[in-house]
Design a binder for this molecule. Structure first.
Ligand SMILES: Cc1cc2nc3c(=O)[nH]c(=O)nc-3n(C[C@H](O)[C@H](O)[C@H](O)COP(=O)(O)OP(=O)(O)OC[C@H]3O[C@@H](n4cnc5c(N)ncnc54)[C@H](O)[C@@H]3O)c2cc1C
Length: 385
């Protein structure tokens, strides 16, 4: 069994690395840090110019038809560098869902523009009272002649401030089981009645609450069947979970900091406890990477990595939290110096990472929800009430 990605994929990885050396500049990082949006338009468009937003898509749909292994190499490189590609991730997962469930007209309108880097699509599932229980959505879409009128509120709609469309989950039927009365729409964000309000997180990222007041939506914006939104959502949620986690760059930065004998912080490579903890982190980093490779492989070869994606999401999110806590533990008070402080260790990247890591076990499905999926779907255990 070969756990490597092969010469062709490694050559592509080198191409992606060279691209990031050129385009992922300190200016881009500073822009992202200030805005809190894990998206940068010039970088996004440069990725699109290379054809990499749809690198793994079949050529007949506008992709490059790259192999699953090449795709993995690209995703690993983007993750390792912490490239701000959330806009790319969300847009392409919706594009893939539209490819599977949208009308011909919607595909023609949305997919080429998504691949060309012209548009972003945000995800409007979560509501203030529902949280993880997305099936309890109360944002209503009511029939009005040929179209629909939407009223309600969503929370944590990340990148709503930049997006051209929202992939919106609505309630269209209250007479049936809650997950059977949902419908998804692809709504242009400039439709009258949509209001976006920022939420700043502990990690500095921006997300939003979005209010919908008498928003008129044509029926042509519907994705999938009326009351068939749950099936559409399941396709999209699976794509959201199947990512790649590669924290090896952070690990290397920490090892480098520990090797720096002249540093003021307390993580010294001469301390056996420090070496022991670094070794444990290295194992976590490797396991997260391999679990990610597995789910990515299943998806890229036409499968649906439900349980595998949950295992990867869960392990990666929780190991990242452990990692960031150990980092600050080892570095001591000097590790708390923030970005902008000339004496900050690794330019303040570690303390920034510590604040960022806490959201990892929440977004894209919380850790408890992932454990339920593994227990119920993976092991066939009884459903929790
Ligand atoms: C920074 C950020 C960005 C996000 N971006 C988006 C986005 O772009 N679009 C979007 O739609 N959503 C987004 N989310 C929402 C996210 O994916 C989660 O679904 C949502 O945050 C969970 O709701 P909640 O925070 O209200 O927690 P709750 O669901 O209220 O959970 C509270 C606690 O109960 C646990 N819990 C909940 N349900 C169960 C269960 N069935 N079994 C066991 N334990 C359970 C949870 O694990 C958690 O510990 C984002 C969230 C964050 C924090």
């Amino acid at each position: 069994m070969d756990f490597g990605l092969g010469a062709e994929s490694e050559a592509f990885r080198a191409e992606v690395a060279a691209f990031l050396d050129e385009h992922l500049t300190p200016r881009v990082r500073e822009r992202v840090r200030r805005s809190g949006s894990m998206h940068d338009w010039p970088l996004h468009r440069a990725l699109a110019e290379r054809g990499w937003l749809a690198a793994g898509w079949p050529k007949e749909y506008g992709g490059q038809g790259r192999s699953p292994l090449e795709l993995m190499a690209m995703r690993e490189e983007l993750k390792k560098r912490h490239a701000p590609t959330e806009g790319m991730g969300m847009t392409m997962l919706v594009a893939r869902t539209i490819l599977a469930t949208g009308t011909e007209r919607m595909r023609a309108e949305v997919i080429p523009r998504a691949i060309n880097g012209e548009i972003l699509i945000c995800l409007g599932y979560t509501e203030p009272q529902g949280g993880s229980d997305v099936a309890s959505a109360r944002t209503r879409a009511d029939r009005d002649g040929d179209g629909w009128v939407v009223n309600g509120q969503k929370v944590f709609t990340t990148l709503a401030e930049e997006a051209h469309y929202v992939f919106l989950l609505t309630r269209t039927n209250t007479e049936v089981a809650k997950h059977r009365g949902l419908t998804v729409f692809l709504v242009p964000m400039d439709t009258p009645g949509i209001e976006v309000h920022p939420i700043r997180t502990l990690g500095g990222e921006r997300t939003n609450t979005v209010h919908y007041t008498d928003v008129r939506v044509p029926d042509s914006a519907r994705v999938g069947a009326v009351d068939g939104g749950w099936d559409v959502l399941m396709t999209a949620l699976t794509h959201e979970r199947s990512g790649i986690g590669d924290d090896s760059r952070l690990l290397h930065e920490l090892v480098r900091a520990a090797r720096d004998t002249g540093a003021a912080h307390s993580a010294s490579i001469d301390d056996p406890v420090v070496r022991d903890r670094l070794a444990r982190l290295a194992i976590d980093v490797e396991v997260a990477k391999l679990l990610g490779r597995r789910s990515c492989w299943i998806e890229a070869t036409g499968g649906t990595p439900t349980v595998e994606s949950s295992m990867h999401k869960l392990f990666h999110a929780e190991s990242r939290v452990r990692f960031s806590a150990v980092m600050l533990d080892l570095l001591g008070p000097q590790g708390l110096r923030e970005v902008g402080d000339p004496r900050a260790v690794a330019g303040g990247a570690f303390v920034e990472e510590f604040r960022h890591a806490v959201i990892m076990p929440i977004w894209g499905g919380s850790s408890e929800v992932q454990r339920r999926i593994i227990a119920e779907r993976g092991l066939g255990l009884p459903r929790s009430p």
